[in-house]
Write a protein of this length. Structure first.
Length: 354
């Protein structure tokens, strides 16, 4: 290393995590410390990403230190983050306009990259993030999208396109807003104001919603039963109310905006980068599954196998899970199998959907 590089390395080492993060992002945007290329909006987004990631790292580190066994020796800290990859990813999502300070846009969580002995940051898009992407890159974007849950006591009638009906439509009436009954399903409606013949109504039954429910859905989100622990032992089960209605709602919203076809002429480098990130995420899932199931008879790849650095305790819009401060080895193994996030999309979208 020459004298100039050594001097630069010394300066970089003295910088705070925030300064190093900002410099990396500036470099990716095409600017430098002396000639900032970021707009005010982009600078605010970069700050929001740093704040959100910093909070996720601190939570993950607290949980790492709680572990009595199988504790990763590498601290979850900025010095151990893969900054090259992180800065490129932050720029891609920021240019698209996803803001971690806004509810249900995007969340970040650290996971261990054993090949580099560093932590990478997983980006999980919320349903509002999907909406923003659909509007920016869609081929035929509806002027508005209506999403509703239909309960047993509501009145809902589908009006299909026919010789007597020029475009798809529906009748929907909430008879009693204070006693709507159980959820029967829902629908989304794409509206094209200037071309109503293109209006699109899609109905999802509860069976359709259940199909989209993750195989290992967390009771904290979808409701149901989970193990009850006392003194490091399972003593039975306890019922968790969860956020079932909101999870059903956001499932339909995701379906509504995923149904917007992407315009190939609008695809830019940022969109391609995001698709690459999603592909890398899938590859990491497979690698984690192979590592976890080595020497076993069957490998069943799903989202539950992807190891996130104790993201279970990350607060997502006031929906959180907790683990005992001093888990026993047996309990810790149980936590490893059941308490790690089983569906990162749910964690990105949990909370108030409006």
């Amino acid at each position: 290393m020459n004298d100039k590089n050594q001097e630069l390395a010394k300066v970089e080492k003295k910088l705070t995590a925030s300064e190093r993060f900002t410099n990396k992002v500036l470099a990716e945007f095409g600017g430098s410390v002396g000639a900032i290329a970021l707009t005010e909006f982009q600078k605010r987004l970069a700050q929001n990403y740093f704040i959100s990631i910093d909070a996720a790292l601190k939570t993950a580190e607290v949980n790492r230190q709680k572990k009595k066994t199988n504790k990763d020796p590498l601290p979850v800290a900025w010095d151990n983050i893969n900054m090259e990859t992180l800065s490129r990813n932050v720029v891609a999502y920021a240019r698209i306009g996803l803001d971690p300070a806004q509810k249900n846009h995007i969340n970040m969580m650290p996971f261990k990259n054993n090949a580099l002995n560093k932590y990478d940051i997983v980006f999980i898009e919320g349903y509002r993030g999907l909406e923003l992407k659909a509007k920016k890159y869609g081929l035929d974007v509806p002027d508005s999208v209506i999403v509703e849950l239909v309960h047993a006591n509501d009145k809902f009638k589908v009006l299909k396109k026919s010789k007597d009906n020029p475009y798809e439509n529906y009748d929907f009436e909430i008879v009693d807003a204070f006693d709507r009954g159980e959820i029967k399903g829902g629908f989304y409606y794409h509206i094209f104001s200037l071309a109503p013949e293109k209006n699109k109504l899609v109905v999802l039954t509860m069976k359709d919603i259940e199909k989209r429910k993750p195989k290992h859905a967390s009771a904290e989100f979808w409701g149901g039963e989970k193990d009850k622990w006392e003194n490091g032992k399972v003593v039975g089960t306890e019922k968790v109310e969860g956020w079932f209605e909101k999870m059903c709602y956001k499932t339909i919203v995701r379906a509504a905006y995923s149904d917007v076809t992407i315009d190939s002429q609008k695809i830019d480098d940022d969109y391609l980068r995001v698709k690459q990130i999603e592909s890398e995420f899938t590859e990491a899932e497979v690698e984690a599954e192979i590592d976890e199931n080595a020497n076993k008879n069957m490998i069943d790849v799903d989202e539950s196998s992807y190891h996130v650095a104790d993201a279970t305790d990350v607060e997502i819009d006031k929906v959180e899970e907790t683990i005992p401060a001093e888990p026993t080895p047996k309990q810790e193994q149980k936590d490893k199998q059941q308490k790690e996030p089983k569906n990162l999309v749910d964690m990105a979208d949990a909370g108030e959907p409006y």
